[in-house]
Design a protein around this ligand. Structure first.
Ligand SMILES: Cc1cc2nc3c(=O)[nH]c(=O)nc-3n(C[C@H](O)[C@H](O)[C@H](O)COP(=O)(O)OP(=O)(O)OC[C@H]3O[C@@H](n4cnc5c(N)ncnc54)[C@H](O)[C@@H]3O)c2cc1C
Length: 391
């Protein structure tokens, strides 16, 4: 029987190979055509990487969150969009695994996720809430036949046209307050997606994230048992910020790698001559180290907080501030590194068709600050800082 170390090694080796051989090879085309990275996800399904976080007693990979974070970094380093889709899927899986509370329906679902390598999309943002995922307008609405329904105006549903299932935040009932939320998992067959907009964005083009009006009919058992406030504090927010940040670190590392390759190529061409860009590369390494340090320390702090009884430390204001800071810092630092890499490479970095092109990486990295606007997170932090005892 495979040990946890064997499973982790297999997972990481598979993801590394897929990143190098499939995701990197298709990254420019995925970006140019704004198309879903189908080849990468076929390969990830084949390697059973979509169920990596499902516990082994349910048939899944049973790897640790740290392994999945490493996988997000590796994929992001080859193709930002592939890394982000992988991260978003794993965030949904983490919410189900950690908050199913022993529900038979959700355990059966996780077994089917393992068997069928189902891809889960996220429907958290909503038109009218201004990017506040802690509030919903759409509600779980009882239907006459005992089932439930909802209609949600979603501004951005990444890989909506490619997903098998959808995790959607909603008010618990039609008469509930905006903050009284639950998360509902519905299968594609239970969902109707009415397109509401196009997808021709600046970066992360392969995530294929247009808006939809989402209509669903589902059984009450498909409501995740724990309230979304708990799911959000213990998992959705910190795990999103951790996995997104690993993707952005991967994108920035790719940009740094290209700048280093440029400097090495220049040194080869003019042996013994000083290379002015080499000093800029050294400055850039410092910027990349700051990003890596922030991302790695946040992961360690999450793991420590996650191990406290009932994950109680993840429910504190200090934890909310910590993982909000990670999101802001990483989403601001990653484009800075990419821009620095472009300054090292000069015009060949600016052009889209050289081995040292940085355009895709810079554009992809710039999406981070908008994925829940940083200004909004600062506003939340500002309120928390007024009352939090410790930070
Ligand atoms: C590549 C990508 C993929 C995504 N995929 C998904 C997905 O699959 N599912 C999903 O649910 N979401 C997804 N999102 C997130 C989603 O698109 C946005 O975060 C969300 O829609 C909020 O954007 P908004 O422009 O409506 O509002 P905001 O970005 O919140 O607001 C627009 C502007 O107004 C300012 N603003 C508004 N209100 C406030 C306030 N109260 N305080 C401070 N500033 C404020 C903001 O700073 C910002 O400049 C994705 C985002 C990106 C970039």
């Amino acid at each position: 029987m495979a040990t946890i170390d064997d499973r982790r090694t297999v997972f990481l080796d598979n993801v590394s190979q897929i990143a190098a051989e499939v995701a990197a090879a298709n990254a420019d085309d995925v970006d140019a055509a704004a198309r879903f990275p189908v080849e990468t996800f076929e390969a990830l399904r084949e390697a059973e990487a979509l169920s990596a976080l499902v516990p082994s007693h349910l048939g899944g990979g049973g790897v640790e969150l740290a392994d999945v974070a490493a996988g997000c970094f590796t994929l992001g380093r080859s193709c930002g969009a592939s890394g982000l889709v992988f991260a978003m899927h794993q965030i949904q899986v983490a919410c189900l695994v950690r908050h199913a509370n022993g529900s038979d329906w959700f355990e059966d679902y996780l077994r089917s996720l393992v068997r069928e390598q189902r891809l889960i999309a996220s429907v958290t943002s909503e038109i009218g809430t201004g990017g506040d995922t802690g509030r919903s307008i759409a509600a779980v609405t009882p239907a006459a036949d005992g089932e439930c329904t909802f209609v949600k105006q979603a501004p951005t549903v990444s890989y909506g046209a490619h997903a098998d299932d959808f995790l959607t935040t909603l008010r618990r009932a039609p008469d509930a307050d905006g903050g009284e939320q639950v998360a509902v998992l519905a299968a594609r067959a239970q969902i109707e997606l009415e397109p509401a907009g196009t997808w021709d964005p600046f970066g992360m083009r392969g995530t294929c994230s247009p808006g939809f009006t989402v209509r669903a009919r589902f059984d009450a058992k498909q409501v995740l048992p724990q309230p979304f406030s708990t799911v959000s504090a213990q998992t959705m927010v910190p795990v999103s910020h951790l996995l997104w940040a690993h993707v952005w670190l991967g994108v920035a590392t790719d940009a740094f790698d290209r700048a280093r390759a440029f400097v090495r190529a220049a040194a080869k061409k003019t042996p013994g001559q000083p290379i002015p860009a080499a000093v800029r590369l050294s400055h850039l390494m410092t910027e990349l180290s700051l990003l890596r340090g922030e991302v790695e320390s946040a992961l360690q702090e999450f793991l420590v907080a996650d191990a406290t009884p009932n994950r109680e430390r993840l429910e504190t204001m200090a934890a909310a501030l910590r993982f909000n800071n990670l999101k802001i810092a990483a989403s601001e630092q990653a484009p800075r590194v990419c821009q620095g890499a472009m300054n090292v490479c000069g015009i060949v970095g600016f052009k889209n068709d050289t081995p040292f092109s940085i355009g895709r990486q810079l554009r992809d990295a710039m999406s981070g600050a908008l994925m829940i606007a940083n200004e909004r997170i600062h506003q939340t932090n500002a309120s928390l800082l007024l009352v939090a005892k410790e930070t």
